[in-house]
Structures are given as structure tokens and as C-alpha cells.
Design a protein around this ligand. Structure first.
Ligand SMILES: CC(C)(COP(=O)(O)OP(=O)(O)OC[C@H]1O[C@@H](n2cnc3c(N)ncnc32)[C@H](O)[C@@H]1OP(=O)(O)O)[C@@H](O)C(=O)NCCC(=O)NCCS
Length: 211
């Protein structure tokens, strides 16, 4: 029997098969996750450097934890098109994952943004910036959000630069105390509304309209 999530994959003549497209940009494409993304996903979440940038407990996930996360959270969310696989546009390569989570509010509809470019050789090439823009745009246009929020750790300068470039503004900061040693983790809170997103990203929005 074919499971709910085993959708047909588009096959390219000269490259690997890839899952259905949700939104395309100049550098990256957001696609639905496919079960075959599990192995890459597990590698990203097993990485200590990535865990320090991503996880509030600062600890990588073991194989069982990351499998559970992927199958019970990411795959159901991809079916609702609120979790996305990030593929490099030029090659089709899977390079990361991103999502909108914790949807709440009626009069003021909001959600949290999360991202990991898990393939480290893909850092610093503009992929994270564009993937963030595409998800935020998808949040405003298709999920009808009024506000996209995020949390970023103070030491994660690459991520903070990415978010500031897109127009996210800092709304607060708090400290969490992690593990037995009560290691202080400084968390910066940011958000962006639809009008600020549009005014901060006009050139990019015009460019991807032609993609
Ligand atoms: C944070 C993260 C999403 C940023 O994505 P990225 O693809 O590495 O970032 P970008 O390349 O878009 O932007 C980062 C840098 O590349 C530069 N850049 C942007 N577009 C570029 C392009 N087209 N070509 C080359 N460099 C580019 C930017 O100027 C920026 O440099 P700066 O930091 O000196 O200002 C990614 O590094 C990541 O997933 N890291 C691990 C997990 C993580 O930190 N997640 C976020 C948790 S809040």
C-alpha cells in the first residue's frame, strides 16, 4: 500500500527525482518533503555545530529522536504545506528544511519561522536568505498570516544578518538556562508584518515574479 506521504516524484532527465514544487525562487526551490529526505535530515540534526544554532537544549538529536521528529512532525506538516524542503535550484540538490509552526490568533494570525540549511557547504551563498523570503511570502499569501515571528540565538550572526536584511525587527530578548550547568542562552525575538516585508524586499519580489 502506498502511504499518504509517498506522493509521486517528478523525475528529471539528468538528475535525481525531486518532490512537488511549492514555491520557486532564483536560487532555491521550496518543495514538499519526501520520505527519502529522512537520511539527510538525520545528518543535519546529528551535527553539534548546527544543534548549537538551532536547538534550545543545544544538543544534537540521536537517530531515534530525529526519525521521530521527521515522521511525526515534519511529514504531517509537509502535507499541510507548512514544512518545506529546500532544494538548490540549479542542481535540485536537497540542502535544508524550513517551516512555519505554532500558528495562532484569529484577528491577528501569526506563526513562527524556522530554518536549517543543513548542508554546510551551501552556507553563505544566498540560499538561506532566499528560502526565508519564500517562506515568509508563502506565509502571508497562502497561509494568510499577518505576522511572522522567529527566535534566534544571540551568537548566530549569520542568521541575524539574514533576518535583518529581509526586514525582521527585534521585538525582545530573553535568556534561557540550559542543561545541568545552567548555560545561559541569549534568545533574540524578531518579527515582520506583510507591509514591512513588501517594502524591504521590493527588488527581490520584482525579480522572482519573472522566474
Ligand atoms: C542561518 C542560515 C539559514 C543562513 O543561510 P545562508 O544560506 O547561510 O545565508 P545567506 O548566504 O543567505 O546569507 C549569509 C551571508 O551570505 C551573503 N550572501 C547573501 N546572498 C549571497 C549571494 N547571492 N552570494 C553570496 N553570498 C551571499 C550575505 O551577505 C551574508 O553575509 P553576511 O553574514 O556577511 O552579511 C544558514 O546558515 C543555516 O541554516 N545555518 C544553520 C542553522 C541555523 O542557524 N538556523 C537558523 C536558526 S534561527
Amino acid at each position: 500500500m502506498i502511504s499518504e506521504y509517498e506522493e509521486p516524484m517528478a523525475t528529471t532527465a539528468d538528475g535525481p527525482a525531486i518532490a512537488p514544487l511549492i514555491r520557486g525562487g532564483a536560487l532555491v526551490e521550496l518543495r514538499r518533503h519526501h520520505p527519502s529526505n529522512l537520511e539527510a535530515f538525520q545528518n543535519w540534526y546529528a551535527d553539534e555545530e548546527i544543534a548549537r544554532m538551532l536547538r534550545h537544549d543545544q544538543r544534537p538529536l540521536n537517530e531515534i529522536q530525529s526519525r521521530g521528529y521527521f515522521t511525526s512532525i515534519i511529514m504531517p506538516a509537509t502535507a499541510r504545506e507548512s514544512a518545506y524542503a529546500i532544494h538548490e535550484r540549479l542542481t535540485g540538490r536537497l540542502i535544508g528544511a524550513t517551516a512555519l509552526t505554532d500558528f495562532e490568533g484569529q484577528a491577528m494570525r501569526q506563526a513562527f519561522f524556522r530554518i536549517v540549511i543543513g548542508e554546510k557547504d551551501a552556507w553563505g551563498r544566498g540560499f538561506g536568505t532566499e528560502a526565508t523570503r519564500l517562506v515568509v511570502l508563502d506565509g502571508f499569501e497562502r497561509h494568510k498570516l499577518d505576522l511572522v515571528k522567529l527566535e534566534v540565538f544571540r551568537q548566530n550572526l549569520r542568521a541575524r544578518n539574514t533576518y535583518e536584511r529581509i526586514g525582521f525587527r527585534v521585538t525582545g530578548e530573553h535568556t534561557e538556562y540550559v542543561g545541568r550547568d545552567r548555560f545561559p542562552l541569549h534568545v533574540i525575538e524578531m518579527e515582520i508584518d506583510a507591509a514591512s516585508f513588501e517594502s524591504s524586499n521590493r527588488a527581490w519580489l520584482a525579480r522572482i515574479a519573472d522566474v
